[in-house]
Each structure stands twice: as C-alpha cells, then as structure tokens.
Design a protein around this ligand. Structure first.
Ligand code: FES
Length: 167
C-alpha cells in the first residue's frame, strides 16, 4: 500500500443512495448476511479496492464479524486488498500457459507497464499486474484480462501495442 493511499481517510460507502442500493438487495437473498459478495463488490467499485475500514463497514452493516468478512475478501482474487492502478492486468501463468511462454509475456508486461513486480502499481498509476489461474483459454497462450477485456495470444512483442489502448 502506498503512503498516499494510507493517509486518505476512509469515507463510508453505505450512506444515502448506496445504502438504499444495498438494502434493495436484501429481499433477493435468503438472509441479509448472504449479501456479502455484492456488498464487497460495491465497496470495491466505490473505492477501487477493499481496505480494512471497508471490511469493518461491511461487517457492521451486515451483522457479520470483520474476521469472517476478511476471510471472504482474502479467498477471492477478484477482491483487491491493495490500491490498484486504473487498469488491472491479469495474466494466466498456470502450467499449460507457462510452458507456452506465459512467464516471458508476464515479464514484458511488468517491464512495459513500469510495475516491475507483481501486485505493484506503476508509478504513473495506470496499471497493476497480477497473476491468475487458468482463464479457460489454454490453447491461446498467453491469455490476459485487462479490466474486463479478454485478450488472447499475447506475446512479449504484442505487449507495447496492447498497453497503448489503455490511458
Ligand atoms: S492454463 Fe492459461 S488459460 Fe488455461
């Protein structure tokens, strides 16, 4: 976590219209607590990631313990536990893609984004790069998800052109 993000005070998410939006979900689930995944998603959409205060807020609103909520946040890779860049790049490095060059592609992505390391945000705030498990496109190594865009057959040579599409 960067010092800048750490010093930004946390603004509660579930106030006003967002509170109403969450409460509108309650009747669609068997219990209020069962709204945990969408509630976390709402925090992430609002704040870009899920800080400890976000975990505490969700726990309080839904009547769960912070430890339980944290367990869920840490279980699912789709929930970000650190501030992220404007674009999140997920690279499949599972074995089938690994033997087809995923490591080299990943290296090129880390280099061209300026992230240098997995999980780090680039100095310009544009990108964060993370590894992911099989994306279900093993015949098209290396598959990459940039935000919600699925891009297959990414090679080190294609990386600069791919990154240009994202400001
Ligand atoms: S192993 Fe990479 S998509 Fe399946």
């Amino acid at each position: 976590m960067s010092a800048a993000h750490a010093s930004v005070p946390y603004e509660p998410v579930f106030v006003g219209p967002m509170k109403q939006k969450l409460e509108a979900l309650y009747p669609k689930y068997p219990t209020k607590q069962a709204c945990l995944l969408p509630a976390l998603w709402m925090v992430q959409e609002a704040r870009g990631w899920i800080p400890e205060q976000g975990i505490a807020e969700v726990a309080e609103v839904l009547g769960l313990t912070p430890a339980y909520v944290k367990g869920v946040v840490t279980f699912y890779t789709m929930y970000h536990q650190h501030p992220m860049g404007r674009h999140v790049i997920q690279v499949c490095t599972t074995s089938p893609c690994g033997i087809c060059g995923a490591e080299e592609t990943l290296k090129a992505i880390l280099q061209h984004t300026g992230c240098q390391e997995l999980g780090r945000t680039s100095p310009d705030g544009r990108f964060t790069v993370v590894e992911t498990e099989c994306l279900g496109a093993c015949g098209f190594a290396t598959p990459v998800l940039v935000d919600n865009d699925f891009v297959e057959s990414v090679t080190p040579e294609r990386v600069p052109g791919l990154l240009q599409r994202y400001a």
